[in-house]
Design a protein around this ligand. Structure first.
Ligand code: ZN
Length: 66
């Protein structure tokens, strides 16, 4: 068993219908996957996210054991 980080898009306010979730070994990789997902699935530009948005998303990233 080792530790990892996960993010489920449905945990994000307004994204309850989104089935996507990501798991990766590092928090940095999870962030990259979240950014890619937001671009492809939600047509968002992560470069536009302000600090409060990033802080909010950060609270949704969970530490898990895999
Ligand atoms: Zn999503």
């Amino acid at each position: 068993m080792s530790s990892a980080y996960s993010y489920a898009c449905r945990d994000c306010e307004g994204m309850e219908a989104c089935p996507a979730s990501v798991v990766a070994e590092t928090e940095a990789e999870v962030w990259k996957l979240i950014e890619l997902h937001a671009q492809v699935a939600h047509k968002e530009n992560p470069a536009d996210w302000d600090q409060s948005t990033k802080d909010y998303i950060g609270t949704l990233i969970k530490s898990v054991s895999v």
